[in-house]
Structure formats: structure tokens, C-alpha cells
Design a protein around this ligand. Structure first.
Ligand code: HSE
Length: 434
């Protein structure tokens, strides 16, 4: 049988890795796919020194690949929302299957892209868009297909996890570690996407869709970054038995679906709390399987290429099946997607870590406890530190039980209005993940 012909658009880190893996493992991949896979064309603005493309034709124009009648599958690895969007639509219009690692594209334009792909009977595969080399899309979409999924929680941005790990383990400053993450090639072109939780929210949006069978709704995801975290809070969390992680959480409730990315205290003895450096992990809780944990490299040349090539193998196999009998893009049949709403953040429920800077006066603790109890907020633990020499203030650290976000916002406003409380109350969400 003739080999399947693919065109790679973008020869950066992931494009170079994909070419190298396809070449190195060609025989093994063909044995799996049932056909050879040949890179028939590459679109790249410049060569990649880590990738010897030999005699493979190279063009600077990505649309040449999308319009090339010899190409069966277009691999989109250019990133971004605009050109990538046009390229993918053009490839679909021309009847080509698409494999992409572009989380922003899928999270923002996925509903439109999948609808167009269905019209044309082609596949758009996107395993590499979430958590690099971890096959978590396939695991949720196919491996956990028996389950009603209750919640999932993930460390899905390697750059942010690297920063938090270095802050905690080495006491390094935020800005200094971010610079190193950029130099190591972990960060997005715009690193605010990493540290403000946008990249993680793209990935969480995709995971939530396939977990709950809902359309992609990136615009409703709540994001809070890690830029305001201090080493003091990292250390207090540690003293209370928690680690701070930048977590994406998607939870199904009766009222709707929570979709949120924010710094989160997790009990230090949970496996996911010990996922360090640039590694990613996704915990999925289903009613039949219970909790499962998927761990691995969330970014990088060959880990991401591993997912791109796995998608290619799936596409090659699926070309022999009727479009109606293929695995649906978002795991559930397109006419069976649910309209269960995404909840606004003030309707979400969580436990909270609060740090209050108080004057060293008698009765402050009692006032704090009254404000919380009046709002039905149950305190799980409390820790009052020594007076700080530099400002004479006493840090008070509290962890609450689960409560509605709107209640805690109200309580924080009341705490900040106390004469004996100085400055803003620091608030970080807590998830037990059990
Ligand atoms: N900037 C992303 C990260 C790359 O740090 O996880 C992989 O999506």
C-alpha cells in the first residue's frame, strides 16, 4: 500500500521533533499504522538545526501545504490563533485530515473547526495540545468512556510548575526563575500566557469538554495567575502540610460546571503535589474507575512529537472507517453535547487559605472568628505567627472548610475593614483532591 503523505507546517521545537521521530521510528510506526507515513512537504521560515530534513521539499508558504493535492494529512505546528486558524480551515476545505498541537486554536475555535471537519468527513486530532507527551485526551475520551466523570484537576503548564518548584525548593525569586524557563524554551512566545494561567485555561477547556461532553467554552474559564504568590505563602502552606500548585480544576456540580485555573494548596502527601519542575499531571475522577493520575513531560521536542505522531497513526487507521464510526472529536456524539452551564467563579465552591496581617492587640482573633462564623465559614486550622520585627504585625494563617466563593469574598471585605487588620487579606484556594 502507498504511504500516507503528510505535510508539516512549522519546523520549530515540536515540528523538528515530529520529523525526527517519524524518521527514526518509521518502521515501527508503519507496523502500527498498517501503512508507511512519508513527510512529503515541510513549510518553515527557517531550518531547524536539530533536524536533518534531507531531500524533503521545503516551502516558506504554509498554504502551499494545505493546497498540495498530494498531501493527505496537514500537521499544524505553527501555533497562535490567526494564521493557524486559516491554515486548518483551508486544509479541511481541501478534504485533508489535520493533526495539531495548538491548544489556543482548539480552545477558542474548536467548535467551528470540528463542525467544518464533520461536514467534510475529515479528522482533526489534537492529543499534543494538552500536556505534551501524556496521552490524556485519549485516556479520557476512550479509556474512561464508561465513566460519568465527576472532576479533573491538573498541573498543565510546565513553566508555571517549574517556577513554583524553584521558589519552594530553592527560595528563588519569581522573575529570576521565569527568565530561566524562557531560556530553556518551556515558556510560550508570550510568557504571560503561562504565568497568568491562560495556557492552562486553554488546556482545561479542552479537557472539560471531552470529560463532560460540553462545547468548548474558553471565554467562560476563570483564570488567576501565580505572579502575586510570595515565598512567605509558599512557606506557610508548607508548614500547614500543603504545597502550592497552579492547578486547573473542572468539576461537575448540579448547578453547572466549575472551570477554573488558580494557585491552589494541595495536601503535600498527594501524588500530584509532588509533581515538580516542568512535569505535568492530570488527575481524573470517574464514578467507575475512581481517581486516576496521568503524569509525564508536558512540553518539549520529542514528548510533544510523541503525541503528534500517535494522532497521525490514529488518523491513518481511521481513514478506513466510515466518518460516522470514528471516535467523536469531543468524545461525545456531536448531537449529544450537553448545555449544562459553566458556573461564574463566585458560584464555585472551594476551601480557602487566608493570610491576615493583624496588629498585635488582644481580641483580634476573636473578631476574625466572629466574621467567619457569621457567614457560616467553618475554620479547619489556624496558625498565629510571631510578631514580625520589620512591621510589628502578626501574620494569622487560616484554612477554611469548603464554602461558596461569594461568601469568602464578603468575609474578606469585612476582615479588611477591621481597624486591627492591615492591608489586603491574601486568599488562595485549597483542594483536598480526595
Ligand atoms: N508553555 C507551555 C508549558 C508549553 O509551559 O506548559 C506546553 O504547552
Amino acid at each position: 500500500m502507498n504511504p500516507v503523505k503528510v505535510g508539516i507546517c512549522g519546523l520549530g521545537t515540536v515540528g523538528g521533533g515530529t520529523f525526527n521521530v517519524l524518521k527514526r521510528n518509521a518502521e515501527e510506526i508503519a507496523r502500527r499504522a498498517g501503512r508507511g507515513i512519508e513527510v512529503a512537504q515541510i513549510a518553515a521560515r527557517r531550518p531547524n538545526p536539530k533536524c536533518d530534513t534531507g531531500s524533503t521539499p521545503i516551502t516558506a508558504d504554509i498554504f502551499e501545504v494545505a493546497n498540495n493535492p498530494d498531501i493527505d494529512v496537514v500537521i499544524e505546528l505553527i501555533g497562535g490563533y490567526t494564521l493557524a486558524h486559516e491554515l486548518v480551515l483551508k486544509a479541511i476545505e481541501n478534504g485533508k485530515h489535520v493533526v495539531t498541537a495548538n491548544k489556543a486554536l482548539i480552545a477558542v475555535h474548536g467548535n467551528e473547526i470540528f463542525a467544518k471537519a464533520r461536514e467534510k468527513g475529515v479528522i482533526v486530532a489534537f492529543e499534543a495540545a494538552v500536556a505534551g507527551g501524556i496521552p490524556v485526551i485519549k485516556a479520557i475520551r476512550e479509556g474512561l468512556a464508561a465513566n460519568r466523570i465527576n472532576w479533573l484537576a491538573g498541573i498543565i503548564n510546565g513553566t508555571g510548575n517549574f517556577i513554583l518548584t524553584e521558589m519552594r525548593e530553592k527560595g528563588r525569586a519569581f522573575a529570576d526563575v521565569l527568565k530561566e524557563a524562557q531560556a530553556l524554551g518551556y515558556a510560550e512566545a508570550d510568557p504571560t500566557f503561562d504565568v497568568e494561567g491562560i495556557d492552562a485555561a486553554h488546556k482545561l477547556t479542552i479537557l472539560a469538554s471531552i470529560a463532560f461532553g460540553i462545547p468548548l467554552q474558553f471565554d467562560k474559564a476563570y483564570t488567576e495567575g501565580i505572579t502575586q504568590l510570595t515565598t512567605a505563602d509558599v512557606n506557610y502552606a508548607e508548614a500547614l502540610g500543603y504545597r502550592i500548585k497552579h492547578l486547573g480544576v473542572a468539576r461537575r456540580t448540579d448547578k453547572g460546571i466549575e472551570l477554573r485555573v488558580h494557585p491552589t494548596l494541595i495536601p503535600a502527601d498527594r501524588l500530584i503535589a509532588n509533581v515538580n519542575g516542568v512535569m505535568n499531571a492530570v488527575m481524573v475522577n470517574g464514578d467507575a474507575a475512581g481517581s486516576t493520575l496521568f503524569y509525564g513531560a508536558g512540553a518539549g521536542m520529542e514528548p510533544t512529537a510523541s503525541s503528534v505522531v500517535a494522532d497521525l497513526v490514529d488518523v491513518v487507521r481511521a481513514t478506513t472507517a466510515d466518518p460516522e464510526n470514528r471516535v467523536p472529536h469531543l468524545a461525545f456524539q456531536p448531537d449529544s453535547l450537553s448545555d449544562h452551564p459553566i458556573l461564574p467563579i463566585d458560584a464555585c465552591e472551594s476551601a480557602y487559605y487566608l493570610r491576615i496581617q493583624a496588629k498585635d492587640h488582644p481580641g483580634v482573633l476573636a473578631q476574625v472568628a466572629t466574621i467567619l462564623s457569621e457567614r457560616g465559614i467553618n475554620i479547619e486550622s489556624i496558625m498565629q505567627m510571631e510578631v514580625e520585627e520589620h512591621d510589628g504585625l502578626v501574620p494569622m494563617i487560616l484554612v477554611t472548610h469548603r464554602v461558596l466563593e461569594s461568601r469568602i469574598i464578603e468575609a474578606i471585605a469585612a476582615l479588611e475593614a477591621l481597624d486591627d487588620v492591615v492591608g489586603n487579606v491574601v486568599r488562595i484556594r485549597v483542594e483536598q483532591l480526595n
